[in-house]
Design a protein. Structure first.
Length: 140
């Protein structure tokens, strides 16, 4: 926060939020990391951070150990062999999509696996679509 800001201006500015870029577009604010129940479409655990923090920093913080399902579905950004091995040893079943690169495309089997994982993940996305319909500003 600049030192020359008057107290009235400081009250009107969110000094804790941060800037980040995603796909070349700048965003200011916060990031929400959450785990949601696939069956009931409810948010089980939530972590709010500044927009500049990377999603993967909060991956394990939102895992709900009280959840009776031991399945974890995640997108391509959460691939980490060390984390996957550690969580598997704790009894979690990892379902993380794989990503191709410029030099090496996904194999046909990896593409089928990604599609199998996408279906349960889509149910969880319904939670956030519902929030968006409420203006994106409401948390239950």
């Amino acid at each position: 926060m600049p030192a020359d800001w008057a107290p009235a201006k400081r009250r009107q500015k969110n000094v804790e939020a941060r800037w980040t870029k995603k796909h070349g577009k700048s965003y200011f604010g916060y990031k929400l990391s959450a785990s949601a129940d696939k069956r009931y479409k409810l948010i089980r655990k939530i972590k709010v951070s500044t927009a500049s923090e990377h999603d993967t920093l909060h991956f394990e913080a939102v895992i709900d150990s009280a959840n009776t399902s031991r399945d974890i579905y995640a997108d391509k950004g959460y691939i980490d062999g060390e984390r996957e091995a550690r969580l598997k040893s704790e009894g979690w079943r990892m379902h993380i999509q794989r990503k191709g690169s410029k030099d090496k495309a996904l194999s046909e089997a990896q593409g089928r696996r990604n599609r199998r994982i996408a279906s349960p993940r889509a149910r969880v996305e319904h939670v956030f679509a519902g929030l968006a319909q409420l203006g994106g500003k409401t948390l239950c």
